[in-house]
Every structure is written in structure tokens, then in C-alpha cells.
Design a protein around this ligand. Structure first.
Ligand code: HEM
Ligand SMILES: *[C@@H]1O[C@H](CO)[C@@H](O)[C@H](O)[C@H]1NC(C)=O
Ligand SMILES: *[C@@H]1O[C@H](CO)[C@@H](O)[C@H](O)[C@H]1NC(C)=O
Ligand SMILES: CC(=O)N[C@H]1CO[C@H](CO)[C@@H](O)[C@@H]1O
Length: 332
């Protein structure tokens, strides 16, 4: 026998609101252990296949995940396809900062979702797939293994206009970049550790062209850059305005390996983006660059914890989201 509901006093309404909004408390490591027991194996196999056939997948996926989480949380909103809606709205993927997000990462998530739908239809969210795939890929290319809690729901909103202001840009000042990370709850040290993600992957010439072709009136090249490195990059990037596909490795020494060489590079003027090089110069960040360049264990420990935190940014639960049937489309 149920008692009729009584109106709730304001304080309980507030409490309920707090319970709903502190959603990441709902994430657990065994969220799918009954509903999709083979989840980890399925993701692991597909990730291995994809990374072996397309070695750029790891970096592409890490960047995709970072961009997803920084804009309204880790809710796979970045996966919504530009063509999936007839409403004419631009989605996160349409925002200009996304123009270079690589197709391999999207393809990986679509493949993993297809395999999971066969075994456990309608159960595993795209945001959980992206979080797990990113974790596996980082460790596959030599990085640390960290824990991913599960139970994210996929977001119901993906709007290009929400991107600007949430993502850091190479041309932003250190103040602005620190602010962008602090707005998401990251300390300066956590920011420096996370940007260590640039130990893999590449950047297109337009992202650092200002440092090598027209730096300022006195020098075409950024004096903070190693001169021989600058000569090589100028050679690589000549004509980049015509051929926009040309790109350079973010970590010129060990581009495919997740290690601490990225920080060692910064000490020798081998940082690619001005935001990279700035980490080695700014008083607030330089000490952490020194620490991570000298001690890879310290970098890995801090990177792990910062990734766990990134992976739980503003996650959606309950009615705030859904489990998408297709990762590139909202259900309704
Ligand atoms: C100040 C902060 C950051 C700035 C300004 C920045 C900017 C960029 C830019 C401009 C690119 C090149 C994109 C392209 O040309 O295709 C890039 C690539 C990349 N970024 Fe960042 N990023 C930042 C932080 C991060 C963080 C925190 C992560 C990961 C946790 C990350 C992971 C990556 C990866 C893996 C790539 C290579 C992508 C690929 O090879 O496909 N970045 N970043
Ligand atoms: C553009 O650059 C890429 C990579 O260096 C190269 O493979 C491609 O042939 C170039 N395309 C044109 C039109 O020059
Ligand atoms: C490197 O960092 C780890 C983790 O913080 C620490 O335990 C270790 O003592 C450090 N090693 C050196 C040589 O400082
Ligand atoms: C991968 C991806 O979706 N890229 C899109 C980024 O934005 C441009 C410009 O709107 C689109 O043309 C791309 O398809």
C-alpha cells in the first residue's frame, strides 16, 4: 500500500536537485558487468585492430575525447554528425576548431558501437565507449593505464556555438589557457600533465605557421624555437596554404610513443605549438615541465589522475541523457 505523495519541503527539493546534479557519483567500474559482460573484451579487440591498421588512431581519439569532455562534459556530443539533422543547426563537429578532428577516431567509435549493438543492444553509451577506447589506446602506445568509471549517458545537445571559449587554442595567452582549464576544475599542474598528450599525434601547419614564417618585425621565426627545427618546419610547410593537409609531429623525437620526451623537447626549443613552447617558459608552468622531463613516473602518475578527472567532467546521468542507438545521431 502506497501512501499518497506529500508536497516536498524546499530543502528536500534542493537535496534531490543536488543528488541529480552530482551525477558522476553514479559512475562505477562494474556498471555493465551484468548487462554487457563482454564489453571490455569487445572494445579491446576493436581498438587493437584499428590502431594496428591506422596508427594515427590513438592520437586522434585522445584529442576527440579531450574536445568532447571540455564542451559540456564527456557525453559524446562531439560525435553527432553534421548531416544527421535536418534542422540546420551546426553541431560541435561543425565548429571550425573541429575541422581537423580525424576520421579514424570517429570510425573507431562507430565500429565499436556496431559490435556492441550485436551483443547487448541499446545498453552501452557512446560516451562510455569513447572513454574506454581512449584509455586502451593510450596504454597501447606506451602510456599509463588508468581506471575508467562507467555509466555515462549520451548528451541530448550538440551545438557548435558552445565550442568557442571552452577549448584552448595555440594562439591564446598562457593566462587564457590556464583559465580555460581552471574553468573545468584543473590546477595548473594538472593542465601541464594533460597537455603531455601532445607526446603523440600531429598538428597541421596553419596551427604553428605564425612561429616559422611571420613571427614579428624583427624575426620571421620565433626565437624560442630551435633554429634547425625551424628550418625543417619551414621546408615542410612551404605551400601549406594551398595544401592544407601537411602536418608535423607534435613530439618530433618519438612521435608515436607515449612518453615524457615531449617535455624534454620543450627544454630544447623543440615545442611545436606556441602553447607548447610557452609551458617551458612561463614561471607558473616551467617547474612542472622540469619535473616531468626528469621523471617519467611522475608524469604518468599525474597524467593518469588528470585523465580520470577529465573522463568524469560533467557526465550526464538519468534523464539528462540517453543511450544512443547510433553514435552519430540523437535517438529522437
Ligand atoms: C593549451 C592546450 C591545448 C592546445 C592549445 C591544443 C591545441 C592543439 C592543436 C592546434 C592541435 C593540432 C590539430 C590539428 O592540426 O589537427 C592539437 C593536437 C592534439 N592535441 Fe591538443 N591542445 C591542447 C591540449 C591538449 C590536451 C589536454 C590533450 C589531451 C589530453 C591534447 C591532445 C592532442 C592530441 C593527441 C593531438 C594530436 C591529434 C592527432 O594527431 O590527430 N591536446 N592540439
Ligand atoms: C599535399 O601534401 C600531402 C602530404 O605531404 C601529399 O601526400 C599530397 O600529395 C599533397 N597534395 C598536393 C595536391 O600537392
Ligand atoms: C619520480 O616520481 C615518482 C612519483 O612521484 C617518485 O616516487 C620517485 O621518487 C621520483 N623519482 C626520482 C628519481 O625523483
Ligand atoms: C570531422 C568533422 O566532422 N569535421 C567537420 C568540421 O567542420 C567542418 C566545417 O563545418 C565540416 O565540413 C567537417 O565535416
Amino acid at each position: 500500500m502506497m501512501t499518497p505523495p506529500r508536497p516536498l519541503p524546499h530543502s528536500s527539493l534542493l537535496l534531490i536537485f543536488l543528488l541529480i546534479s552530482s551525477s558522476h557519483a553514479a559512475l562505477t567500474t562494474n556498471y555493465y558487468s551484468k548487462s554487457c559482460p563482454n564489453l571490455e573484451t569487445i572494445i579491446r579487440d576493436i581498438v587493437i585492430d584499428k590502431q594496428i591498421s591506422n596508427p594515427t588512431t590513438a592520437a586522434g581519439t585522445l584529442r576527440l575525447f579531450f574536445h568532447d569532455c571540455m564542451v559540456h562534459g564527456c557525453d559524446a556530443s562531439i560525435l553527432i554528425s553534421p548531416t544527421s539533422s535536418s534542422s540546420g543547426t551546426n553541431h560541435e563537429r561543425d565548429a571550425d576548431i573541429n575541422t581537423s578532428l580525424p576520421g579514424d577516431a570517429f570510425d573507431l567509435i562507430i565500429r565499436a558501437k556496431a559490435a556492441l549493438e550485436l551483443q547487448c543492444p541499446g545498453i552501452v553509451s557512446c560516451s562510455d565507449i569513447l572513454a574506454l577506447a581512449t584509455r586502451n589506446l593510450i596504454s597501447m602506445v606506451g602510456g599509463p593505464l588508468y581506471t575508467v568509471h562507467l555509466g555515462r549517458k549520451d548528451g541530448l545537445v550538440s551545438d557548435a556555438s558552445h565550442v568557442e571559449g571552452n577549448l584552448p587554442r595555440p594562439t591564446m595567452s598562457m593566462d587564457q589557457n590556464i583559465k580555460a582549464f581552471q574553468n573545468k576544475g584543473f590546477s595548473i599542474q594538472e593542465m601541464v600533465a594533460l597537455i603531455g598528450g601532445h607526446t603523440i599525434g600531429f598538428s597541421h601547419c596553419k596551427e604553428f605557421a605564425n612561429r616559422i614564417f611571420h613571427y614579428n618585425k624583427n624575426s620571421p621565426v620565433d626565437p624560442a624555437m630551435n633554429p634547425r627545427f625551424a628550418v625543417r618546419l619551414r621546408e615542410l610547410c612551404k605551400g601549406y596554404e594551398k595544401n592544407t593537409t601537411v602536418a608535423a609531429f607534435n613530439d618530433v623525437m618519438t612521435p608515436g610513443k607515449f612518453d615524457n620526451v615531449y617535455y624534454k623537447n620543450l627544454k630544447r626549443g623543440l615545442g611545436l605549438l606556441s602553447s607548447d613552447q610557452g609551458l617551458g617558459v612561463d614561471q607558473r608552468t616551467r617547474g612542472f615541465v622540469e619535473l616531468y622531463a626528469a621523471n617519467e613516473t611522475a608524469f604518468f602518475e599525474d597524467f593518469k589522475h588528470a585523465m580520470e578527472k577529465l573522463s568524469e567532467l560533467e557526465v550526464k546521468s538519468g534523464s539528462e541523457g540517453e543511450v544512443r542507438r547510433r553514435c552519430d545521431m540523437f535517438n529522437a
